[in-house]
Design a protein around this ligand. Structure first.
Ligand code: FE
Ligand code: FE
Length: 193
């Protein structure tokens, strides 16, 4: 991302996000660049996707739904019942159709940053992990996860996905099939090692 783009998109998200979410987005962008350097991913895309990943998070749920409807997204029953997932889908739609960023990998990194999915690209994994290891995160065990993000991206994906599914079990909320498929993929890959 050149300086002009950085300023443009930073100002753009500032107008759409709360102060907290704005800082989170900056932090995720920085963390994504750091992880991209370490794991050999495109730095420009990592910075851009990190900055924009939560672009729709603070607009109203109605607006998120309207945007998805406008661009022909059909939500599954599980998605309809998981409003927290909407911002990822609406965000990807927004970045593609409103900001006219045509990069498919950036689209998918935003689209799947909450659920994950089987067959994630390197950029998708980096954004997923940058989101849970950004500077302001302070959950229990975050330091270990941050270290793992540097040393073993697939191992940290496995742990993050297990955590996510465990939460669904504890909360008695549905698991998104994309998360289950992502989990199965990393677990089967580990068994083969
Ligand atoms: Fe998010
Ligand atoms: Fe986020």
């Amino acid at each position: 991302m050149d300086d002009k783009e950085r300023v443009y998109y930073t100002e753009h998200i500032k107008g759409l996000l709360s102060e907290y979410r704005f800082q989170h987005s900056i932090n995720v962008s920085h963390q994504a660049v750091k992880l991209a350097r370490i794991h050999g991913c495109d730095i420009h895309r990592a910075e851009l996707a990190g900055l924009l990943h939560d672009v729709m998070k603070d607009v109203g749920k109605k607006e998120q739904l309207a945007l998805m409807e406008q661009y022909g997204v059909k939500l599954s029953e599980i998605e309809q019942n998981a409003p927290k997932l909407w911002h990822a889908i609406a965000g990807a739609v927004y970045v593609k159709n409103v900001l006219h960023i045509g990069d498919e990998d950036v689209f998918n990194a935003i689209r799947y940053h909450t659920t994950g999915r089987a067959g994630m690209s390197l950029l998708e994994k980096i954004i997923y992990i940058a989101d849970c290891t950004s500077e302001e995160r302070n959950y229990k065990g975050v330091e270990r996860i941050c270290k793992l993000a540097v040393s073993d991206l697939d191992e940290v994906m496995a742990e993050a996905l297990m955590d996510s599914l465990e939460k669904r079990l504890v909360d008695h909320t549905p698991m998104h099939p994309d998360t289950v498929e992502a989990y199965n993929e990393v677990i089967l890959a580990k068994k083969k090692q």
